[in-house]
Design a protein around this ligand. Structure first.
Ligand SMILES: [Zn+2]
Length: 427
């Protein structure tokens, strides 16, 4: 404790770190790198972009989001910080994953929901994530440098020579690392422990948390690399966690609700659509292996099984763009936006097409909307060119300097513009 206090003192004199504080969950004193207000602000700032990078919200069955959020709220009310501005969303992503941002902004992928059996297991996932937020695990980890760096981060979407960019990687979860904390063993065990406590307080059977860990261990043994990037990278499963949860459950006893029927009803649509999502996942794989005709074929099959999924159209539109089928791509992206106006890729696709067709006003609207959802390098580069075209040199320079910081081919092009725009400052 003496050392910790001295460390706090040193850090306070350096002045960029807040203070020592008491952990709201464990009651222990610890270093706190952010104030509660900063935590909340940070969570709010990155919540939308983090969602967009991982497929956006799942909107085909809006009732599922309501159901998951209700379970989340029930648990949050029993947490050590019931007054955080909690939010719970279902993400349109096949990777079995869940995460929490500081301040209580939580997400769970549809790919994890289909692996769970009942509401108590869902409560085990959500309880665990609520602890990460309530116990400030993410906030503890962030160094000041990391926080500053995050403020400048722009999603990288690879660009190609077509002028449209190769957007397919986005939304698949590839490189979607805007903000996913890697927690340590102690933080995981702490989240398991208090997560079970919250579950029991909310009336759920704690043995669901044991089953959840068993499922994860089994999955981590049977799946390789691509699964590790998801849940198991941020929350590594282990036999130790299974056993600790078992001990906790034994303490609380085999009682509490399961709500299996309600849960199965809630994920009915997801289960029905599983074949369609599997086809789409295969399409993304084919696309990243550059087999575009196979990818297009698989995407069409996915659409015929579930014609209301915007993500399928977004992928189809990108393939069509890559194959220079511009007018088809245009109507495909329009359909995607109709189905889910709050997902960035359709706007980005339509913006790039409009710019190529010299409809600059329209292009700017679409690209600005896409950047509001997720600031990608490709959209910001083209917005820079549009501003330049309108004679707005200051705005153009703002876009180009962000793009230049991100490097790559577009970064170099942006730097050339910047050098022309700011010749005086170059020397
Ligand atoms: Zn965790």
């Amino acid at each position: 404790m003496q050392n910790l206090l001295r460390l706090c003192f040193i850090i306070l004199t350096v002045s960029w770190i807040q203070a020592c504080s008491v952990n709201p969950v464990t009651g222990e004193r610890e270093l706190s790198l952010m104030s509660a207000e900063q935590e909340v602000a940070m969570g709010e700032q990155y919540y939308l972009a983090s969602q967009q990078q991982q497929g956006g919200r799942y909107v085909v069955d809006p009732d599922l989001n309501v159901y998951v959020a209700n379970v989340g709220r029930k648990l949050a009310a029993k947490s050590d910080r019931p007054n955080l501005p909690y939010e719970f969303v279902v993400l349109n992503n096949s990777t079995p994953n869940a995460w929490a941002l500081p301040g209580g902004k939580i997400a769970i992928n549809r790919g994890l929901l289909v692996l769970l059996d009942d509401e108590a297991q869902l409560a085990a996932v959500m309880g665990h994530e609520i602890v990460h937020a309530a116990a400030r695990h993410g906030a503890q980890q962030q160094s000041r440098a990391a926080i500053l760096q995050m403020g400048m981060q722009v999603a990288q979407v690879a660009s190609s020579n077509t002028g449209y960019g190769d957007l397919i990687a986005a939304g698949a979860g590839a490189g979607a690392q805007l903000y996913i904390s890697k927690y340590g063993r102690d933080q995981e065990l702490q989240s398991d422990k208090y997560g079970v406590e919250y579950m029991v307080a909310a009336g759920y059977n704690p043995y669901a948390a044991v089953e959840l860990q068993q499922t994860f261990v089994k999955l981590s043994e049977s799946h390789a690399q691509d699964w590790l990037q998801g849940l198991f990278a941020s929350h590594p499963p282990s036999q130790e966690r299974v056993e600790k949860n078992q001990q906790l459950a034994n303490q609380y006893g085999n009682k509490g609700v399961r709500n299996q029927a309600a849960y199965q009803r809630a994920i009915q649509q997801l289960k029905r659509d599983k074949a369609a999502y599997d086809l789409h996942d295969q399409a993304l794989k084919a696309a990243s292996a550059n087999d575009l005709s196979k990818a297009l074929n698989l995407t069409k099959q996915a659409i015929s099984k579930q014609p209301n999924e915007a993500l399928f159209y977004v992928t189809k539109g990108q393939i069509e763009l890559s194959e220079n089928q511009i007018s088809t791509a245009k109507s495909t992206f329009s359909r995607a936006i109709q189905l889910n106006p709050e997902y960035y890729t359709g706007h980005l696709g339509l913006g790039l097409i409009a710019k190529e067709q010299k409809q600059y006003g329209t292009a700017k609207q679409y690209l600005e909307k896409s950047v509001a959802l997720l600031p990608t390098q490709v959209a910001m580069f083209h917005l820079g060119e549009l501003e330049l075209n309108d004679g707005n040199q200051t705005k153009a320079a703002e876009y180009f300097s962000v793009v230049a910081q991100q490097g790559g081919e577009l970064g170099e092009k942006a730097q050339i513009y910047l050098n022309k725009l700011q010749p005086a400052s170059a020397g």
